[in-house]
Ligand binder design. Structure first.
Ligand code: PGA
Length: 258
């Protein structure tokens, strides 16, 4: 795992956006695995700015999002379909037909999940998978106890995940209890992972992911088995890491004061 610790959130987000832009420049036909959530809001706005500055094109890029709420149609304002349209897809030149999210309102969620897996394989597989991390160590909506070999499927959201995401809904009781999510095994199949965590609320999950045992109790810890995983953190998210000095010694240039 490559652990990059930045003095502040702005620098951490800027580096993550830069990494995505570099991958698209190197391979304009990149298949991106995309994530949602508060951290990604900042990341997508930094990426859109970078794309404009550099004249970078998403015309040949394709994308697969990690997850969608069960029961929400793509037009629902709190769906991840809407989130992605508003934060990224409407702001870059990615063809809509190249973008994929699981359909949480599908009649047959099992078939939808199997089809999503097939589509990823048909696209040639994910080149770069973006990830956030939940306070409980989830990646995608793979909550603790998720099989580390799991594929796209329906998961029940924990109470803490429901509480964290309820503010995105008009009323807390509208928050779905289920989601359709890529599995941990699906994520592991990607050629490269980039996980971004910001803020002290993520510190203990980050420490469990990087320095704890590989365990379904912290699904993000499976990244210890990934051949190419980069973890981008601000100082607060890195604050519980025991070997923090070592990570900063390995990549000192990442942690310079402005
Ligand atoms: P957040 O969510 O960026 O809103 O903190 C991350 C996650 O739960 O994966």
């Amino acid at each position: 795992m490559k652990i990059l610790i930045f003095t502040n959130k702005t620098r951490a987000i800027a580096r993550a956006a830069e990494m995505i832009a570099e991958r698209i420049e190197a391979n304009p036909r990149s298949v991106l695995g995309l994530a949602t959530g508060g951290t990604m809001l900042d990341l997508y706005s930094a990426l859109v700015e970078l794309v404009r500055k550099r004249g970078l094109s998403f015309a040949q890029v394709s994308s697969f999002n990690l997850d969608e709420y069960v029961g929400l149609p793509p037009e629902h304002p709190a769906s991840y379909h809407s989130y992605m349209r508003e934060c990224l897809f409407s702001k870059v030149d990615i063809p809509p037909e190249n973008t994929h999210l699981p359909h949480g309102d599908a009649d047959d969620l099992y078939e939808e999940a199997a089809m999503y897996e097939r589509l990823i394989v048909q696209s040639g597989g994910i080149d770069l998978q973006l990830l956030g991390i939940g306070q409980n160590g989830h990646i995608g909506f793979n909550e603790p106890s998720s099989s580390l070999a799991s594929r796209t499927r329906v998961k029940t959201l924990t109470a803490s995940t429901q509480a964290a995401n309820a503010p995105y809904f008009e009323r807390p009781d509208q928050m779905p209890k289920l989601a359709l999510t890529m599995g941990v095994g699906t994520i592991l199949d990607s050629r490269e992972c980039l996980l971004v965590a910001i803020g002290s609320a993520k510190a203990s999950a980050v420490a469990a992911m990087v320095e704890g045992p590989v365990t379904a109790a912290c699904p993000a810890s499976v990244l210890q088995f990934h051949q190419k995983a980069t973890i981008i953190l601000d100082q607060d998210a890195a604050s519980d890491l025991k070997l923090r000095d070592y990570y900063q010694f390995v990549h000192p240039e990442e942690c310079v004061e402005p």
